[in-house]
Design a protein around this ligand. Structure first.
Ligand SMILES: N[C@@H](CCC(=O)N[C@@H](CS)C(=O)NCC(=O)O)C(=O)O
Length: 288
């Protein structure tokens, strides 16, 4: 059955359309919101599509408002999709009290622990329900799907691509939480969402997944600012690079002096990421 979408807002943008949607999510059991940028080419053909997963405290609006990606998506003919970072208004006591857990902090996994497990099912939401909505209701090519994200969303992009390589062909990340089982953000979220078993945590940790033999579908592009205040304690891109070297997984990690964790950093390098995804996705098309 086609999932009914409510359009909340629509705006002309670089001759394409920026839209905000809400729908009842069967997977989550509550309304969910997402945003789509359809470039001007969207009326004429099926286009490559890029999912952007935002970080802690963000919503489906943050990337579309702050990254400045539409100018390049319009040039390349790339559909952009972003989504809220968690279920909201679940009724779970204190769900909005702590920015590192609960509302705005879904960590792109399916929680197994009460009370979160009832609604916090972001992995299933993204890989099943939202994925199907985008493929069925938007002019995208199902063979040309990429995934990227920032911080918690960079963790989401890497882990979802590692866990579902058949769904995503191109992968990138900005300042990802690259080893969440080994940092305070991840330890806190994983213990509350997944319980205390290290094996369960490692199923959602990009570094551990690579070490366990999972592969990314194509070489990921990762950008990291060296003035990022979260770098030393939370992000650990070096752990990911070491695991990739050990496993023979190619990876491109670019370290940028003086850049921090903000959308000023993302907006500086978003063009490179969109071009990376477009190149990988359209090369696959030509090869295939
Ligand atoms: N709320 C935190 C910062 C959280 C934060 O930096 N979130 C990142 C993702 S991890 C973000 O993108 N924030 C939204 C924004 O910059 O607009 C603080 O006050 O230190």
């Amino acid at each position: 059955m086609t999932i009914k979408l409510e359009i909340r807002n629509q705006h002309r943008c670089f001759d394409g359309t920026q839209s905000y949607y809400q729908h009842h999510s069967e997977v989550i059991g509550l309304p969910m919101r997402f945003s789509v940028y359809a470039p001007p080419q969207a009326g004429k053909q099926r286009l490559p599509v890029l999912f952007f997963l935002a970080g802690l405290t963000c919503t489906e609006e943050t990337f579309m408002i702050k990254a400045g990606a539409q100018r390049y998506a319009a040039e390349l003919g790339l559909v952009l999709v972003s989504m809220d970072t968690s279920p909201r208004n679940t009724g779970i006591p204190g769900e909005g009290d702590d920015w590192e857990i609960g509302a705005g902090a879904g960590f792109y996994l399916d929680a197994t622990q009460a009370p979160w497990s009832q609604y916090f099912r972001m992995e299933s939401y993204l890989t099943q329900e939202l994925y199907r909505i985008i493929l069925e209701q938007f002019p995208v090519n199902p063979e040309q799907v990429g995934i990227t994200g920032h911080s918690m969303g960079g963790h989401g992009a890497l882990t979802l691509a590692l866990r579902h390589p058949e769904l995503y062909r191109s992968v990138s990340a900005f300042a990802p939480i690259a080893a969440p089982a080994s940092c305070p953000w991840g330890e806190k979220a994983f213990s509350l969402y997944l319980g205390e078993s290290p094996e369960d945590w490692h199923q959602h940790d990009a570094t551990a997944l690579i070490a366990a033999g999972h592969h990314l579908p194509t070489t990921p592009l990762i950008d990291q600012g060296m003035a990022d205040p979260f770098l030393a304690k939370q992000l650990h891109p070096d752990y990911l690079v070491a695991a990739c070297e050990q496993a023979g997984q190619p990876i491109t990690l670019r370290r940028h002096a003086d850049y921090d964790h903000s959308y000023f950093f993302i907006s500086t390098f978003i063009e490179d990421h969109l071009r990376h995804h477009h190149t990988v996705l359209t090369l696959d098309q030509m090869d295939g």
